[in-house]
Design a protein around this ligand. Structure first.
Ligand code: ZN
Length: 559
């Protein structure tokens, strides 16, 4: 019953290795080159001149702790990954397996890409591979005393030799690696000059070893002045597609961007006056937005585990614990260098194909980053409770709530930028940069289709803007041009439409809008296909940790 990361070898792992050896080729898909080309490789760095020697040692310790999360995540997704990687002789194939943390393609709905890999288990390696949902539910119904342990975020489900299921806590299964990670966090804590960071790192070290995260989450929310930060532990549950119960290990090692963080605080303070100026009848702007939201900009120095698998996150909003959220709110972190990586490798070449040539200089990183930040701040504008007695907007709009809320944040983010330029609060740059970059962002977001809340919101905006003449398409060059004069009216009209849907709690109206306009037309689809044909990457992988870590070989990058 002992399970060790290095020695255990699941039966299906042996079967897979056998299939690999038996495959006539090296088991690689014929389009491996194209699959690899979907990911642009970028270095994760930050301006280190402001860091002290002590900071640098701390960062290397935190990266060491984060690297342990990488190993644990591999185990949660796959099991015996050292054997998997060692058996793959083709370095490109090994690299693609490492990017995906397993032989299933995360950009293609987890379709297997390695000969013999078989279908990815919906429950990853959190549950026995042969366990069905029904078996789990039947067991829990028959053993109510064990329900909490079985549904816990922090247990694996395993089978005894006699076939019965049992739950085993992460703190036991992963004890050795968690001990190492906790030791690195404590050593880093002892170097921390910031009191709150010191307290958080100690609390987090304890949490990793006890599977009890509440106190460390609270300590993390209390941190205000620290430059160095780390998010670490079992956090999100997306990897468990069977039930969504089990949390996957991940880590981000972070350095705060103080200049951008100060700017954000300044803009958040202006929310009440922006709310009063919203282009909608007074009843729909009667709530007073809070200005205390904790929103800061960071550079990431290291992504590990879940955070580093497939498509990369550029924003964090934690903790997930709803009780703590109610008591203390959340912290929102925008990951500036990761946003820049996506901008340079994806947005710039995309604009080169789809934006009118003379407007391409208006696609800038500053505008892209500002637009993503204002989106976050703009979630605070508008209305949370319907004015029609239908409860909260979220309750009233049900399944449509996310798409309408994301669409609102996008358009009101642009509204904020435009107003702050008008009022002379933003003095650098050119509002046209924000407009043209905003249009180019729509193309980036809908490349993955319009099925997600964000995808639908982007398409609604695309159609409304097109109808109002906010941009036009040149059929000869196949490029799009922003009609700057028409943008203010487009912002006004779309903002009003979405705010009224929310304020009225108009479920039918929201559904109608999304069904009619939340779809990709054939002309746009053909333009998006040109991006794929031109080999423009869809995401990034990071070269990271080097220069900080004592060793240069990283399992994550497969090098
Ligand atoms: Zn949002």
């Amino acid at each position: 019953m002992m399970e060790s990361l290095h020695r255990s070898r699941a039966a299906w792992g042996i079967a897979l290795a056998g299939a690999l050896l038996a495959a006539c080729g090296d088991g690689a898909p014929s389009d491996l080159d194209q699959r690899l080309a979907q990911y642009a490789t970028v270095d994760l760095t930050t301006d280190t001149t402001a860091l002290t020697r002590r900071d640098r040692v701390m960062i290397s310790l935190l990266i060491g702790a984060a690297a342990q999360m990488d190993t644990l995540f591999w185990h949660q997704v796959y099991g015996d990954y050292p054997t998997l990687l060692a058996d793959i002789k083709n370095p490109d194939l090994r690299r693609y397996v490492a990017i995906n943390y397993g032989p299933w393609d995360r950009l293609r709905g987890d379709e297997p890409f390695l000969t013999g890999a078989g279908t990815k288990p919906a429950g990853a390696n959190f549950y026995p591979r042969d366990m069905t949902k029904e078996e789990f539910e039947t067991f829990v119904a028959a053993h109510p005393d064990q329900a909490a342990a079985f549904k816990s975020l922090y247990t694996l489900i395993r089978r005894r030799p006699d076939g019965t299921l049992y739950a085993r806590p992460y703190r036991e299964v992963y004890a050795e690696r968690l001990l190492l990670a906790a030791a690195a966090l404590r050593t880093a804590a002892d170097l921390a000059e910031d009191e709150e960071l010191h307290r958080y790192l100690y609390a987090r070290a304890d949490a990793l070893r006890s599977d009890n995260f509440g106190e460390s989450d609270r300590a993390w929310l209390d941190m205000k002045d620290n430059t160095i930060d780390i998010v670490i532990g079992p956090i999100e549950t997306y990897e468990d597609q069977l039930f969504g119960y089990k949390a996957a290990y991940e880590a981000f090692v972070l350095v705060k961007d103080r200049a951008w963080s100060r700017r954000l605080a300044r803009y958040a303070a202006l929310l009440p006056s922006l709310q009063r100026g919203l282009p909608v009848a007074a009843a729909y702007r009667r709530e007073m937005p809070g200005t205390e939201g904790d929103l800061n900009a960071y550079d990431v120095l290291y992504y590990a585990g879940d955070a580093n698998a497939g498509s990369k996150t550029i924003a964090i909003n934690l903790p997930n614990d709803e009780q703590i959220q109610l008591e203390m709110g959340t912290r929102r972190l925008q990951l500036k260098n990761a946003v820049r990586a996506k901008f340079e490798t994806i947005m710039v070449p995309l604009a080169g194909l789809l934006i009118a040539e003379d407007q391409r200089p208006h696609v800038t990183f500053d505008a892209f980053f500002a637009n993503t930040m204002f989106h976050e701040v703009a979630h605070g504008l508008g209305i949370k409770h319907t004015i029609t007695g239908r409860g909260t907007v979220r309750e009233a709009l049900k399944a449509h709530a996310s798409a309408i809320e994301e669409g609102k944040a996008d358009i009101l983010g642009l509204y904020m930028v435009a107003r702050l330029f008008e009022q002379g609060v933003i003095t650098e740059g050119d509002v046209r940069d924000n407009y043209v970059t905003f249009l180019a962002s729509i193309f980036r977001s809908v490349r993955f289709g319009a099925s997600s809340a964000h995808g639908k919101a982007n398409m609604v905006r695309f159609h409304v803007f097109q109808e109002l003449g906010a941009f036009s398409r040149d059929s000869v060059t196949g490029t799009y041009r922003v009609n700057v004069d028409r943008i203010p009216e487009a912002i006004r009209a779309l903002s009003e439409q979405l705010l009224v849907l929310q304020g009225d709690g108009d479920y039918e109206g929201a559904g109608k809008l999304l069904a009619e306009k939340g779809v990709i037309g054939s002309e746009l689809q053909a333009d998006l296909d040109r991006l794929a044909a031109a080999g423009i990457p869809v995401d990034v992988v990071f070269r990271q940790g080097e220069g900080w870590m004592p060793r240069t070989v990283s399992v994550t990058t497969g090098r």
